[in-house]
Write a protein that binds this ligand. Structure first.
Ligand SMILES: *Cc1c(COP(=O)(O)O)cnc(C)c1O
Length: 469
């Protein structure tokens, strides 16, 4: 270590550790303060280089096929975001135009998602879909509680019905706000929620059902219209009248452009709220999500605070107070810059790449596709058909791909499909056909190596942590 550190210093003499008084070797061998604040200031160039060098150990974002989050934006977006880095989203009085761009984005999404009145759209930006889901869940809880109280019924045991494949934010919502999570188990051949499974689990204490447009585990769309129809039948038959929320974290920016005939949004009367992540297929760097309600009736007024200590009186419904404004500006930029046709091209391009890559993978002996990425969001999962006879598992493949820089996560499905272990590829803007071919080639080599080494498949317990993004 010492040797390479010195060699490094030889070419970049500005990178000397700050000398520590009373300690020998401060020039090159002293401590870089890590876990305590240094006593004095440091030259910014040195600090910059130190931090930057340390970050070289991070993965390469473009080769990270695990994340759903945008890892590439064009240089104009970079510039705009840098110019807005100091803007606080909550200071709507000081930055009225940033606030205006936020509300334009809400209008745009309301139109894309067929809200009954897109001009009088009800919604806001958030830090991401997790916060958006918390807000939507809170609104459903409040409405359920108000209805129960008005009828003189107890309102202390709310539950939420959703597939076991929900993203972790819904389990967080349930735990943080004391709502019983009713997780519908998966089954062989059924990797997400269906109407037939959801409706029977609803009762008078159900605040809502969550349908996912673009399941985290395999990219498939849940059949939102079918779930809505099952809930319609439940209510028509004298059962509870249960609202439907659509978690369109990924699909909210894919379906409107690629699947215009699919009814999944406010076109379905049962859908009361929808969330999406601007920083996933919304094509913005991390830190922005969106949540919209069908109309004012579905967002209880008591959840909206009016604050005046920043000048002016602005309504706010958020878990955070201060947060960056640059991402919201960048969202408006992306919508403006791409337009409907631009988003369609980007998303269709991603689907083409996902389809081509999943075809190549399906053609490799040991793999079997769980989804193909060509319908739904451009995300697909695949498994090793028979790990015991292949002599390796998805976890071995993931590990070996890492040695080439690719991050392709391997994980087990949630209950009751725990036996299914998969690798998942998230195709995003910036992952083109060339990179896809390179990945396929590396995957082929990994299979050859694993087959040749004939290692026995590791016991299942070796990697049990579910992978959520
Ligand atoms: C990513 C994701 C979330 C959480 O979104 P963040 O924007 O990362 O907070 C919620 N639901 C689904 C379906 C997701 O894919």
């Amino acid at each position: 270590m010492r040797e390479s550190a010195d060699a490094h210093l030889a070419v970049r003499p500005q990178l000397r550790w700050p000398a520590r008084p009373g300690r020998a070797g401060g020039e090159a061998g002293g401590d870089l303060p890590r876990y305590r604040i240094p006593a004095g200031p440091m030259d910014p160039e040195t600090a910059y280089q130190l931090v930057r060098d340390e970050l070289m150990l991070d993965g390469n974002a473009r080769l990270n096929l695990a994340t759903f989050v945008t890892t590439w934006m064009d240089p104009h977006a970079d510039r705009l975001m840098a110019e807005c880095a100091a803007k606080n989203m909550i200071d709507k009085d000081e930055y009225p135009q940033t606030a205006e761009l936020e509300s334009r984005c809400v209008n745009i999404l309301a139109e894309l998602w067929h809200a009954p009145d897109a001009r009088d759209a009800v919604g806001c930006s958030t830090t991401g879909s997790s916060e958006a889901c918390m807000l939507a869940g809170l609104a459903m809880t409040r409405r359920w509680r108000a209805k129960r109280r008005a009828a003189g019924l107890p309102a202390d045991r709310p539950n939420l019905v959703m597939g076991a494949n929900v993203q972790v934010c819904w389990e967080k919502f349930a735990r943080y706000w004391d709502v019983e999570p009713r997780l519908v188990p998966l089954a062989p051949g059924r990797t997400h929620l269906t109407g037939d499974e959801a409706a029977p689990r609803c009762d008078e204490n159900t605040i809502g059902v969550v349908a996912i447009l673009g399941s985290t585990f395999d990219g498939t769309y849940e059949p939102v219209a079918e779930i809505a129809a099952a809930l319609d039948r439940l209510a028509a038959g004298g059962g509870p009248d249960v609202p439907l929320h659509v978690d369109a974290a990924s699909g909210g920016f894919v379906a409107p452009f690629c699947d215009p005939d699919l009814a999944w949004d406010f076109q379905l009367d049962r859908v009361v709220s929808i969330n999406a992540s601007g920083h996933k297929y919304g094509l913005v760097y991390p830190g922005v999500g969106w949540v919209l309600w069908r109309d004012h009736d579905h967002l209880p007024a008591e959840l909206v605070f009016k604050v005046d200590y920043l000048g002016g009186t602005m309504p706010t419904f958020a878990l955070n107070f201060s947060r960056p404004g640059a991402q919201v500006v960048a969202q408006y930029y992306s919508l403006l810059r791409h337009g409907r046709e631009g988003y369609r091209q980007v998303m269709e391009g991603c689907r083409d790449v996902a389809g081509r890559l999943s075809d190549l993978i399906a053609a490799m002996g040991p793999f079997e596709l769980v989804s193909d990425g060509a319908t739904g969001i451009p995300v697909f999962a695949f498994t090793v058909r028979d790990a015991a006879s292949a002599g390796f598992s998805v976890f071995d493949v993931s590990e070996l791909l890492r040695t080439r820089g690719w991050q392709v996560p391997a994980y087990h499905f949630p209950p009751a499909l725990e036996e299914l272990a998969v690798l998942r590829v998230v195709v995003r803007n910036g992952f083109g056909p060339d990179l896809a071919d390179l990945l396929a080639a590396d995957l082929g080599r990994a299979v050859d190596r694993l087959t040749a080494s004939g290692r026995p498949a590791p016991p299942r317990a070796e990697a049990t942590s579910a992978f959520h993004h």
